[in-house]
Every structure is written in C-alpha cells, then in structure tokens.
Write a protein that binds this ligand. Sequence first.
Ligand code: G1P
Length: 292
Amino acid sequence: MSVQVAVIPVAGRGTRLLPLTKCQPKEMLPLGRKPTVQHVVEELTASGIREMLFVTGPGKTAIENHFDIDVELIEHLRVTGKEDLLAELDFEREEIDYFYTRQRRQLGLGHAILCARPFVGDRPFLVALGDSLIGLNHESDVCRRMIDCFEETAADAVIAFQEVPRDEVEQYGIALPKGEAGDIFDLDDLIEKPSRDEAPSNLAVAARYVCRPSIFQELSQTQPGKGGEIQLTDAFRHVLAQGGRIVGLRLRPGEKRYDVGNFESYFNAFLECALADPEYGDQLRESLRKLL
Ligand code: G1P
C-alpha cells in the first residue's frame, strides 16, 4: 500500500467552542460514547492506516493520554470486578503506532502540516483533520477510495469534497473543477473560504487529503493567506498553477462529514452519533420523540 501514514492536525485552540474548550481539546469532545479523535483514528484504521502522527499544540495532552495503555485503570477494573468494562479499552491494544509533534506557533493549517515534514520524509501521506469524521460507525471507506484514486491517477494530491449550501461556502476551501464535476474530477483551482459571490462552485474540501511529500516544499514557501494563516489550500493552488494535477473525490450520497468546529455542527454531530449508537440509539430516539 502506497500510503501508510496519516497526519492528524489537532493544534487549533477551538475558540469557537468556548468555554467548553478552555481546558480540554475540542478533539476530545464526545460524539456519542467516544471522543471525536477516537472516531477519526478508527476511520483511518478501517482504511488500513496504522501509523498516526498528531500535530498537537497547547493544552492537547489529553489526546496523548487517551491513546496510551492505562495499566493502572485496567488493573483497577479487574480488582473491582468490572471486567465487563475492559472491552471499552480494547482500542488501546490496537496495533497502531502513535507519534506526536508540536506546532510551536499557531500559524495555520498549512504550517501544522509542514511540522510533519521531518517525520513523514519522502513518503506520501494522508491528512485527516482531527475535528472531523466522515460517516458514523466506520461505515465510510472514503480514505481507502482516496488512496486507491491516488495510486490509479498518480496525481499530486487527492482531496475529498462535499456539496454544501451556497450560504456556507465561506467556511470551506472551494473547488473550481475542470469541466463538469463527476464523482472523481480534476481541479482547475481551489479557493480558501471565498465569499458567496467569489465561490466557483459549492464543492467544499471535506477534511481529508492524500498528498505527495513534495507538498512540504510548497508549504515552506507559502505566504500567509486567508485570516493571516499559512493555508494548505494555497499550497495546492500553487501546485495547480505550476501545471500539477489534483483530483477531487466526492463523498457519496449519504456519506456525511461531521465536525466539532462550532456549536451548531457539534450538537448535530453528537445527536446523530448518539442516535446511531447500537445500544442507546433507539432509547434516545424515543426520548426525543416525547420531548419534541
Ligand atoms: C479547513 C480548511 C478548509 C476546509 C475545512 C474543512 O478549514 O482550511 O479548506 O474546507 O478545513 O475540511 P477550518 O475549518 O480548519 O477553518
């Protein structure tokens, strides 16, 4: 398999979720019974990736603790006769290698990815934003499809896209497809958070990218863009301007992106996750029916 490593940026301060995120990373907020970032890791492992590099920042140590093997807790559950709960910690024993590096200055998503350079080296890699997941209960194989597409097209990058309502385009990187955009399409351009009038389409970057290591060189030369931050989108834009090939892959109908970027999206994501829970979903649906 060509892509074996995922870079998971989790350095953002989560200011849109204050006060919730004052002392805890937004990536640790629960979606149903698990923290968001555990869902993301499970989505990635379901696609065959076993090497995860988190790009962290201030106040994010809870993420590292979460993926550690907690021998004391296991022992405590055993001696207190709570063996039935041990299954909840099975994820700790997955054969996954976790690595962590710090983004020492908050200079944007592009800069966070650049922090992965010494670790990733000359390997292709997948980027999965740590505050977003695709599909519930690992039902999405979008990362697998992106890797397959990357191998088949030999493109410089493959990016996942979702259609968004026109009045939401300014929250996303937006594609200008070459011609009619099918399920897989070539990009002509990519614009970070355009206004509604500037937006060339309603196809929005959906938090998953497959990149060649050459993107690091682009990022090292990318100047601050939207919001004064070094944008990953701008590095891709430069690749396109130089005649490179970037392929977009649409999420399938029903394949949704959930994120914990703001309260509106977080509340919706939590509810959908809880409703999809095999054990508690039906009970919650019933309570909501009564409530509404
Ligand atoms: C980032 C990217 C943007 C993308 C979005 C969702 O923005 O810069 O291009 O569409 O993630 O994947 P953020 O939400 O971090 O501001």
